[in-house]
Design a protein around this ligand. Sequence first.
Ligand code: 2AM
Length: 187
Amino acid sequence: MRLFFCLELPEDVRAKLAGVSARLATRLGTGVRWVVQENLHVTLRFLGEVAPEHQDALAEAATRIAESEARVRLALDRLGAFPTPRRARVVWAGSEAPCPAFKSLAGALEDALTALGFEREARAPVPHVTLARLRIPRDAAAALSSVRPPAMTVELASLTLMRSELDPQGPRYTPLERFALGGEDGV
Ligand code: 2AM
């Protein structure tokens, strides 16, 4: 199974982000794969192929981590691109403001995954919502600055172990398990 840990976004936030994508789409034109509204999320850690028998160990680690980590309040007030707006490959919504809860959660997850035998990621994840992927990197700076960024802060109360199935129409995501952050009730 192809798995990843993420923070799911509430429906109204995904709808608002899809509106931003629609406005950006008129500026960016062709050669862009847009993330469909229902798939918009904040990745914490991509795991890749994982044998089904390892799901229990991942769930145990996630349960323990979620209990001691706080909910994540994430500002989505900026549009940007990786690696840079001038050579955009991935277009995202995010923020420049630091997000200590995300950093702490991602760090705890990374430590637990390393203990389970996953190879440690070289770079700490940057909290963002991927809106689009460009087939060929190009200068998207003008398009990005011409669209008003989303202006919202979301509180994310659970961590999700998500399954991804690749399909010619795009990936299909299925939440396998959700883990309530801060010991509060999950979704
Ligand atoms: P990103 O788009 O937020 O950067 C599910 O595939 C998620 O895992 C993607 O949204 C992507 O996050 C992240 N991811 C990280 N590395 C990946 C990889 N090698 N292949 C696919 N997805 C990856």
